[in-house]
Write a protein that binds this ligand. Structure first.
Ligand SMILES: [Zn+2]
Length: 437
């Protein structure tokens, strides 16, 4: 493992910023300062005009392996993540079969060790994600699993979720919920409202999300176990979580880039690339979610990266599977939503790296060795998981440039601001000048 020096970037610390060089030797930050002397043969990266901060951590990536390797693999998803500036991703357990046992979780962790970024695993809360009997959470926690979710759906049965929360607390792990009440969403395929009526599509109402958030907060109150709310898409959901947090409950929440950049009118041409659960909401909700992100009411931006093969996605809107790609454009979309000021730079690294790393339990390195520490300070001795982001870059999202095996991106042709220039994973430059090395 060689050395690399990132020169002249604006280093974004948790408590300030400053132009500096960052020297990385043998996987760790070895020096931070002006005119740092680099060892012979050291790779030089010019970061003039760029932000330098901790590599992004995605709490919510569907890597599709095992079961749907035509849509994505752990290796290809990791490459998409690296190009997007991520140094670690949490692989969601709604694979086929679901990641609900030691053998499958071990398989994904082993594949992850060979991937270009660090791969953590979220285990299923219930066996087969059926929402009935609990998965062996203690055994999975012993493998290093820190997050559990039945994502794709939420745990519908309140008694099951209460039991899971009670088990999770002494294990020191966190549950994460996809909040949509199954009875209220039924077989809806877009946001419920005047537009869904006009298009003749069954809707998924905002209240389906909000009743489940409210119910789950009540269960957190009686169990005192940490709960993370996945991809919240309404102002009221975010406000409920905010009020509970202010009340001292151990809750966190994320929003997905599509929920603060795209609204339900995108579904007007019945293009399935815009179908996602929870659905793209009304213009007012999108504006409110964006304001919550800017206002610091959400902890994290998570992609809900959900690859699908063209064969499956090219179906009529109401028959196509839900989900869209997210890893390669999330940073630019988040930058666009936040802005370019110093406070915005702090918020940018808080929601894309520091907070998700804490929520996923990835701040500390896993000595097995599965992953380095993520979301930490750019400081001497820290594991070198670093991203160089150029806020001045302008580019156009293109399907044919994606690293993901799938192409179901809703952003094809969109003008983007800000681009990942360089990604350093555990001291190794894996992306340079926006390209995989
Ligand atoms: Zn979900």
């Amino acid at each position: 493992m060689g050395s690399v020096v990132v020169r002249n970037g604006l280093v974004v610390h948790p408590d300030g910023t400053g132009v500096a060089d960052v020297l990385v030797v043998a996987g760790r930050v070895a020096a931070v300062g002006a005119h740092v002397e680099a060892p012979l043969g050291c790779r030089e990266i010019d970061a003039t005009g760029c932000w330098v901060g901790p590599g992004f951590v995605d709490l919510h990536a569907h890597l599709r392996e095992p079961g749907d390797e035509a849509a994505e693999t752990i290796a290809s998803g990791a490459r998409a993540a690296a190009v997007g500036g991520y140094t670690a991703v949490v692989a969601m357990p709604n694979t086929e079969p679901a990641l609900d046992n030691v053998a499958l979780v071990t398989y994904v962790l082993d594949q992850g060790v060979r991937a270009v970024v660090d791969v953590a695993v979220a285990g299923a809360i219930t066996q087969g994600r059926l929402g009935e009997r609990l998965a062996p959470m203690a055994e999975l926690a012993a493998l290093g699993v820190r997050l559990f979710t039945d994502d794709g759906t939420g745990v519908q049965n309140a008694a099951v979720l209460r039991r899971a929360l009670s088990y999770a607390r002494p294990l020191g792990v966190r549950l994460a919920q996809h909040c949509e009440d199954a009875a209220l969403v039924a077989d809806g395929s877009m946001n419920e409202g005047a537009l869904s009526s006009r298009l003749g599509l069954v809707g998924r109402p905002s209240v389906a999300e909000e009743v489940m958030v409210a119910r789950d907060l009540a269960l957190v109150r009686v169990t005192d176990a940490p709960l993370h709310f996945l991809h919240l898409a309404t102002a009221r959901s975010i406000a409920l979580v905010g009020a509970a947090r202010a009340d001292g409950l151990p809750v966190t929440c994320e929003v997905a880039p599509h929920h603060f950049t795209l609204d339900e009118t995108s579904c007007g041409n019945y293009e399935a690339d815009f179908k996602v659960n929870p659905p793209l909401r009304s213009v007012d909700e999108v504006t409110a979610v964006r304001a919550s992100l800017r206002g610091g009411e959400v902890d994290a931006v998570a992609t809900d990266h959900a690859p699908h093969t063209p064969e499956r996605k090219d179906l009529p809107f109401d028959e196509a599977p839900a989900g869209m790609l997210g890893l390669e454009h999330a940073a630019a979309l988040t930058y666009e939503a936040l802005g370019a000021g110093e406070a915005d730079a702090h918020r940018f690294f808080a929601v894309l790296s520091r907070n998700p790393a804490r929520i996923a339990g990835l701040r500390q390195c896993d000595p097995r060795p599965r992953h380095g520490g993520h979301g930490g300070a750019i400081a001497v001795g820290e594991d070198a998981n670093i991203v160089v982001f150029d806020p001045g870059a302008r580019w156009v999202a293109r399907r044919d440039r994606l690293q993901s095996l799938a192409t179901n991106s809703p952003y094809h042709g969109r003008d983007l601001m800000g681009r990942v220039r360089c990604t350093v994973v555990n001291g190794v430059v894996v992306v340079d000048d926006g390209m995989l090395v």
